[in-house]
Design a protein around this ligand. Structure first.
Ligand SMILES: Cc1cc2nc3c(=O)[nH]c(=O)nc-3n(C[C@H](O)[C@H](O)[C@H](O)COP(=O)(O)OP(=O)(O)OC[C@H]3O[C@@H](n4cnc5c(N)ncnc54)[C@H](O)[C@@H]3O)c2cc1C
Length: 401
């Protein structure tokens, strides 16, 4: 059986490692668009920008691992078409036959055409090359404007402030991260950034971007323009599902896969940021744009390709590091359905706490701030019943597990 993987990111790298560790001896080809072997993206907005991590540390496997494992890693190679009937992937002029095909094409930053068209120094952050260019601009006294106060925007704001840049963040919503965290926790992040000197402007609409003598001038509705040496646009990502759509696979905010990460074509699978997965434990479809999901879905898809018949049930998990705040989150709060109650153990203002989100009689998500022992008890509680003990913040989290 030969396997082709399209996409050279975290999901792809973990899938091929799992194929080999499960004893698969057939051919494996990875078509990877970027000019690098698969690497982890979390350091791109943290250690690499701060200068505390080197790019080499981000690679998932050492470069010679692919040869040792007889994985044909083709970097700088774009898959341009899939023929589902003939089970062929087009890589430029070449056609490659597959028995199993994994689509792990990830996601790409949502563009802001008015910024792109301005000619101003506009940056996006997705790739290692993006990070190295961005790092050069985060210098002492540089004026940095960031559109979008999501995870990437805030992590870059943190790195930029720590490097001595002046930072303005423009966000349309009334609080950063509000859709994910709700008002109480979103306020913690707003306070954190303001305390570190970020000019965080919330509820702001960007009206236009101009280029003025090497600077970006960001015009906002009802407000003074922001002049910056560098403008980062960080307004989310879109799943890289065009290749799948062109081939006739069903896509809707990503490639639609069942609980086992299978598309309706029995030979084709998807994992990571591009997979819109029917999650059996959450009872809904989710497309998760996080490191942990890319790792575990990549591995899971590999096992299913080899014949395992297991649904992917792992709960979404993510983490962030900003200034001296580290946090981990597990679970899922559907932005439309929301939550009924929040239970806080510890002190949010001191940024040392654990938090549970409840809906109905269930615990739907949990998170800690700077309380690294909390993640295991949180994992044990999330998904379970919202008992009286869960709702009582005087009962230690560890006693709930
Ligand atoms: C700056 C940054 C910081 C992050 N920090 C965190 C964090 O702190 N915590 C967290 O949980 N998550 C974080 N994430 C998210 C996490 O990195 C992603 O969820 C993860 O990288 C997804 O992996 P993936 O393999 O699904 O996709 P990707 O990493 O996007 O990889 C897909 C690859 O496929 C390639 N590709 C696409 N189309 C084709 C094609 N047709 N042919 C060949 N190749 C193709 C792409 O070029 C890309 O290299 C961060 C992301 C970024 C960008």
């Amino acid at each position: 059986m030969n396997v082709v993987v399209v996409g050279g990111g975290l999901a792809a790298a973990n899938a091929v490692a799992e194929l080999r560790s499960q004893g698969h001896t057939g051919d494996i080809v990875v078509a990877a668009e970027e000019p690098h072997a698969p690497y982890e993206r979390p350091p791109l907005s943290k250690g690499i920008l701060l200068g505390s991590a080197e790019p080499d540390a981000a690679f998932v496997h050492p470069r010679d691992w692919y040869d040792e494992q007889q994985v044909d890693l083709r970097i700088g190679t774009v898959a341009t078409g899939i023929d589902l009937d003939r089970r062929r992937v087009r890589l430029g002029a070449e056609e490659l036959a597959y028995d199993r095909l994994l689509l792990a094409t990830g996601a790409t930053p949502r563009r802001l055409p008015m910024a792109d068209a301005s000619g101003a120094p506009v940056r996006y952050l997705r790739t290692l090359d993006d990070a190295l260019v961005l790092r050069d601009g985060l210098t002492e006294g540089a004026r940095v404007a960031i559109i979008g106060a999501g995870w990437i925007g805030l992590e870059v704001a943190s790195a930029a402030r720590q490097r001595g840049a002046e930072v303005t963040v423009l966000e349309a919503a009334p609080l950063p991260l509000r859709r994910v965290l709700g008002d109480e926790l979103a306020t913690v992040f707003a306070d954190l950034h303001r305390e570190h000197g970020v000019d965080l402007r919330l509820g702001v609409r960007v009206a236009g971007v101009e280029h003025d003598h090497g600077k970006a001038v960001v015009h906002v509705e009802d407000g003074r323009p922001v002049v910056a040496d560098l403008l980062l646009v960080a307004v989310g990502v879109t799943p890289a599902d065009a290749l799948a759509a062109q081939s006739g696979l069903a896509v809707d905010n990503g490639i639609l896969v069942d609980a086992r990460l299978r598309t309706p074509d029995p030979h084709v699978f998807a994992a990571g940021d591009v997979a819109h997965h029917d999650h059996p434990a959450l009872g809904t479809r989710v497309r998760v744009e996080h490191w942990d999901t890319a790792i575990h879905q990549g591995r899971h898809a590999a096992r299913v390709m080899l014949g395992a018949d297991e649904p992917y049930t792992r709960l979404p998990y993510f983490f962030t590091d900003q200034y001296d705040l580290g946090m981990e989150y597990v679970g899922h709060v559907d932005a439309a359905a929301g939550y009924d109650a929040l239970v806080v153990r510890g002190d949010l203002a001191a940024r040392h706490a654990s938090v549970l989100w409840l809906r109905g009689d269930r615990v739907i998500a949990g998170m800690h701030l700077n309380d690294w022992d909390a993640i295991d008890p949180l994992r044990a509680v999330v998904g379970g019943p919202a008992t009286d003990a869960v709702r009582d913040p005087s009962v230690p989290l560890a006693d709930l597990a």
